[in-house]
Design a protein around this ligand. Sequence first.
Ligand code: 173
Length: 318
Amino acid sequence: MKKTIVSLAVLALGCTTASAEEITLRGATAFAKGTTFSRPFEAFVDWVNANGKGVVQINYIGGPEAVPPFELGNAVSSGVVDIANNTTAFYTNLLPEGDALHLATNTIQDQRENGCYELIDQMHQEKVNAKFLARTGDHINFHLYLTKPIDGPSLSGLTIRTTPVYRAMFETLGANLVRTAPGEVYTALERGAIDGYGWPIQGVLDLGWDEQTKFRVDPGFYQVDVNFLVNLDKWNSLTDEQRAVLEEGAQVIEASNADNIGINESEAAKQAEAGIEVITFSEADTESWLNTAQDAGWAAVAEVNADAAEQLKACLVN
Ligand code: 173
């Protein structure tokens, strides 16, 4: 009898939550609104707002003008924003081992299949107080862009704008580093305060940096991770139906990561049209460029958390 009452109560409770009112999440992005690395998130917001009517909606409050990029991790962790579009490089204060994510050579679809997604989600839940909902940016490499030419991997004597993505590699190659948010790059170039900067293959023209950029070093290295994070307390308070909308939308957007392969090509063509020349090295120097990227990147993660580095490498690199 007691058992029946308890199950009825559980059922009743289930019904109440299932028919809960529509919830609106506050969303923010670390990148300027309408630019390359905000676009997948904006497509996600549109998808949720179209498919989640009566269930879950997102109020997109904005980009760096609303929350500074390096503060957005704290904002989603504390619940100041409910859902954030952010890259691990901007929240290393909370998850230093997150630097491993851009060292991935496989895709988020592979990571969902091989268990890496759960591991990454768990790390985010424990250290960022956030649900790791989605990863965008697969297939997009990072590059070094310069205002003056170089003829080999040495960056000695150059001052380069960095984020944690490029720090270990560029430091190993001898550069002087200045860490800035993307919003400060244009002015730093204009003033001659930097000789170059790290940035992905996409987005340079979007930000108008082509006006101040003369060279791009090929090949690119690493792989962009721009992630959707949901405050964990908020996530835990959602109904199954609300979560299902967000998870379905996340996977729809992740499927479109494949489009990046074509977009990369058209971005490279646009850079060439804008007068950005490509610098390539000898075969041996190219190999050392790429090896330094990988080795310095993983060594930096291992220094922070050797166990995490080992576990992540096993499922991010194949
Ligand atoms: O260079 C950066 O600001 C950076 O780290 C980054 C990460 C992901 C996408 C674009 C830029």
